[in-house]
Ligand binder design. Structure first.
Ligand code: ATP
Length: 528
């Protein structure tokens, strides 16, 4: 148990956060960010569509990632591999045999759960109990409160902590050994009940492969079983030789890719956090064996810098180093973001050794190596992977940006304080009234700006209502054209976050907006 949890409780009141999260989900739908997939048919479990504003935000996130890889690093190039791959790919990568989650069913509710998640939730409940004790004591003792001392001496906290430690150890052991019987026994011993039926009538724990399968080919006889890729990484590995040779790449070098991935998640929930179809941004960095810890450290730091550069709040990120390593990794960490439902993984950084390239060499019978001219020898490169989910990134940004503000006069405004560089719409141009040549002037200004910035036009309702509409989608600048504009060539610029207004010359608008929304400012931070 860590002292930061008290900080966390102070930062976020969980109950309110849950409410806010519900509101955020509703907001995403109401303002064209995210819709349930095929909603007219009641939707499809854990599949979502991005709407007109969502896709712009998502594209901006992707651009920030892509450019920070391929523009800022002369030794990183991109590819776009197909989703369908030869099925042997997934045998070689280990996904056919080992890409499983342990599932368990409740016989009464007929609901299916991930056994590991049930146990992790139990651990979280114990943590919660400890946090409540700590919070209560912090209130009671005020400034003189010594949290570390309290945790080490309070009998109730110590009892909970002991329970947590024992459970955690037992659970880690069972997961590492893939001991399914033990996982079930833990669930029974902890008296974990199904949240729907409230009973402990559990089936045995079974492994469930997360890959979607389909068939390629027209006849049943000649058809080949293929998979929808569960990660984009393998498209990079099988193209390693192609890119290295045609791009005359010298180690160390990286290959970046953005694309869809599919996982038949057993329990898919928390909106776009865990979906069955999602998008990944992955970069595999090929290095000399023996240098992997140095590069692992480098990418761990660079990736956190990338997140923090957006200014969502440094305290909302933390690393989570893996205790249980995947079969291919010799070091792994997650970058977690403080979502309303706790710190959650947004990105993984893995030192994948030479596992993937060696496996593909073995299964394809091809030599997949690098001739190092400096060493005058060939070797199978090692790999550091950075893997981030576009949708989780999208969610973390939306969670940080969504604000309900109490204004003077009792009014509330909902504002998305998105980083201006990522905002779906940068500028809204508004004529004060729909006559007297103001719409024409507004259109003129819009035409001047629209090649460089995503610009929208609004002439309906009062200016106040129009501002609110733009606040709700996170537009950083509103420009109002009034009667004076026709004489003095100045407009009113209203800023989203402060709601302050400035009179600005039309000729200065471009520079003002460019300064705030230019991604170069982020790139400079990354290179500093
Ligand atoms: P989790 O433990 O949450 O299932 P993971 O460790 O399996 O995630 P990775 O295989 O490391 O995830 O995938 C890299 C990234 O892809 C994750 O950090 C996450 O951002 C994203 N991702 C993985 N699974 C999903 C999903 N079902 N929905 C949305 N994004 C996902």
């Amino acid at each position: 148990m860590q002292p930061f949890l008290t900080e966390y409780c102070k930062l976020y009141n969980m109950a309110t956060q849950e409410e806010t999260f519900k509101k955020l989900v509703a907001h995403c739908k109401e303002y064209g960010f995210v819709f349930p997939s095929s909603e007219i048919y009641d939707g499809l479990g854990a599949v979502y569509d991005y709407g007109q504003n969502g896709v712009e935000l998502k594209n901006n996130i992707k651009r920030y990632w892509w450019d920070s890889m391929t523009l800022l690093h002369e030794n990183i190039v991109g590819i776009d591999a197909a989703i369908f791959m030869h099925p042997t790919t997934w045998k070689a990568s280990g996904h056919v045999d080992a890409f499983n989650d342990p599932l368990i069913d409740n016989r009464d509710s007929k609901k299916r759960y991930r056994a590991d998640v049930l146990i992790e939730e139990q651990l979280a409940k114990i943590e919660d109990k400890i946090n409540k004790e700590v919070e209560k004591a912090a209130k009671r003792f005020g400034d003189s409160f010594d949290e570390t001392m309290f945790r080490q001496t309070n009998p109730r906290v110590m009892e909970h902590q002991e329970h947590w430690n024992q459970l955690h150890e037992r659970y880690s052991k069972a997961m590492n050994a893939s001991d399914l019987a033990e996982l079930k026994q833990i669930i029974l011993d902890e008296e974990i009940v199904c949240p729907i039926s409230g009973t402990r009538n559990w089936t045995d724990v079974r492994q469930f492969n997360l890959m979607f399968q389909t068939e390629m080919g027209s006849t049943a006889d000649g058809a080949m079983k293929i998979y929808l890729r569960p990660e984009t990484a393998q498209g990079i590995f099988v193209n390693y030789l192609n890119v290295q040779k045609t791009g005359r790449m010298k180690i160390p070098f990286g290959i970046a890719q953005i694309g869809k991935a599919f996982r038949n998640e057993i329990v898919a929930r928390q909106f776009v956090f865990r979906m069955r179809e999602f998008e990944q941004m992955e970069m595999q960095f090929f290095i000399k064996p023996g240098t992997e810890m140095e590069w692992f450290k480098h990418w761990k730091e660079f990736r956190l810098k990338w997140h923090k550069a957006l200014g969502l709040g440094d305290e909302k990120y933390r690393y989570h180093d893996h205790e249980k390593l995947a079969h291919y990794a010799n070091a792994a960490t997650d970058i977690e973001f403080l979502m309303p439902f706790g710190f959650k993984e947004v990105e993984g950084i893995h030192s994948r050794t030479n596992f993937d390239l060696s496996q593909h060499a073995k299964y394809s019978g091809k030599k997949i190596e690098y001739f190092d001219p400096e060493l005058n020898e060939s070797y199978t490169p090692y790999v550091i992977e950075t893997s981030i989910g576009v949708d989780r990134m999208f969610l973390s940004i939306m969670c940080a940006a969504y604000k309900e503000e109490q204004l003077e006069g009792g009014e509330t405004r909902v504002v998305l304080q998105l980083p201006a560089v990522l905002a779906p719409v940068k500028v809204c141009v508004m004529p004060l009234v729909k006559k007297d040549g103001l719409p024409e002037k507004a259109r003129e200004i819009m035409d001047m700006l629209k090649f460089d910035f995503k610009t929208t036009y609004d002439e309906k309702d009062s200016i106040g209502k129009r501002y609110r509409r733009q606040d709700a989608i996170g537009t950083p600048f509103c420009i109002t054209i009034d009667h004076d504009t026709l004489n003095d060539n100045c407009v009113t610029v209203r800023y989203r976050d402060t709601m302050a207004q400035d009179r600005v010359k039309i000729e200065d608008l471009h520079e003002l907006i460019a300064k705030a929304v230019d991604m170069k400012q982020l790139y400079r931070k990354l290179m500093a």
